[in-house]
Design a protein around this ligand. Structure first.
Ligand code: TYC
Length: 122
């Protein structure tokens, strides 16, 4: 086998038909497949709660900045929270949901608004 044959050999590519546990002589490598099925992380709903004092414009701004919503979607969600008392802003893995809840609470506190936000396992 010449040097160029080696370069063209499919054995140089990962996942080129190697079976689990197969030894690749001379490489010091053994191809192993994980037996564990990769699990999706548990997801959390981020929920916004209504109150009588937080200005509607502030809630819309928060929804646009923290959840990347456009103006019309942010207004729709804000009005839903305003009329129903609670509304879903998004669903995320735990740490991302926590970060968004914390950010919203800090922004609201900074402006002295009583806005509340929570998360709930899906
Ligand atoms: N109810 C508030 C008002 O009338 C508006 C509001 C909407 C507040 C959504 C909080 O999560 C909220 N100014």
């Amino acid at each position: 086998m010449s040097g160029s044959d080696l370069v063209r050999s499919p054995e140089w590519f990962a996942g080129s038909g190697q079976k689990s546990g197969q030894h690749r002589p001379g490489t010091g490598l053994v191809v192993e497949k994980s037996r564990a099925k990769p699990k999706r992380p548990p997801m959390y709903k981020v929920l916004l709660l209504n109150d009588d004092y937080t200005p509607m414009e502030f809630v819309v701004e928060v929804l646009m900045h923290i959840f990347g919503m456009n103006q019309s979607l942010a207004e729709k969600i804000m009005l839903e929270v305003h009329t129903k008392g609670i509304g879903l802003c998004g669903v995320y893995p735990r740490e991302i949901a926590e970060t968004k809840v914390n950010l919203i609470m800090r922004l609201a506190q900074r402006e002295n608004h009583p806005l509340k936000c929570t998360m709930e396992r899906e």
